[in-house]
Design a protein around this ligand. Structure first.
Ligand SMILES: Cc1cc2nc3c(=O)[nH]c(=O)nc-3n(C[C@H](O)[C@H](O)[C@H](O)COP(=O)(O)O)c2cc1C
Length: 200
């Protein structure tokens, strides 16, 4: 099985990265992680344990590999190294801007640029609000190249019970976007309503 690359950049939403890596390893998917320095800072703000704590636990798993952000000689920096694609979760506007302009001066960006040039699956979870015109133009450029752009929006229509529900739902969406699952778990699929009427 070809590995999935997980890029973790310095936007809010570290819990999404954590749960995505956990979900891939639970499915025994070979998983390669590269994390930016600013992502580690955000992680410190948002999570109970520092990034290194989770990294040590993941390294116990034979399907897990990680590289430093400046390790440009890692296999994922080359298009000759086969991968099943990449997800950048969460994705900062800095990383969006770099990728939209062909800048690949760290390993996370280079691995994503490889996905673009090799026409491999690239899923991006951009997190910023509000968005200005340059953010939107950069995202549009990437969407036109086939990148799946998935802002981490809560499924309000499913009436989530809390943050854990929102995160699980969203990680399910990522797995589907990566082609690793056919559908979301049943509880996260909208079933429609049978009592439809005109709201007053
Ligand atoms: C606590 C914290 C939260 C941040 N949240 C965001 C965010 O949600 N979106 C964003 O684009 N940048 C955010 N930033 C800023 C990025 O970390 C910064 O622009 C950085 O250069 C991103 O670089 P990277 O893409 O190489 O990680 C945040 C920074 C900190 C310290």
């Amino acid at each position: 099985m070809k590995p999935v690359v997980v890029g973790i950049s310095g936007a809010s939403g570290s819990i999404l990265a954590r749960q995505t890596v956990d979900a891939l390893l639970e499915r025994e998917v070979p998983t390669v992680v590269v994390c930016s320095n600013d992502a580690k800072l955000v992680w410190q703000e948002e999570m109970d344990e520092p990034f290194g704590h989770y990294l040590s636990a993941w390294r116990e798993d034979p399907n897990f590999t990680d590289y430093g952000i400046h390790e440009m000689s890692a296999p994922i920096a080359s298009g000759t190294h086969p991968t099943a694609g990449m997800v950048i979760v969460p994705c900062s506007m800095t990383s969006v801007a770099s990728l939209a302009n062909g800048i690949a001066n760290n390993l996370l960006l280079r691995a994503a640029d490889v996905c673009l040039k090799e026409r491999r699956n690239l899923v991006m979870v951009p997190r910023e609000t509000p968005l200005h015109a340059i953010h939107l133009e950069n995202l549009t450029r990437l969407a036109r190249m086939g990148v799946v752009i998935m802002p981490p929006e809560p499924p309000f229509y499913l009436r989530p019970q809390g943050i854990d529900d929102v995160v699980s739902f969203f990680v399910g969406r990522i797995l589907v976007a990566l082609g690793l699952e056919d559908t979301l778990p049943e509880k996260y699929r909208y079933q429609g309503r049978t009592d439809r009427g005109t709201p007053h």
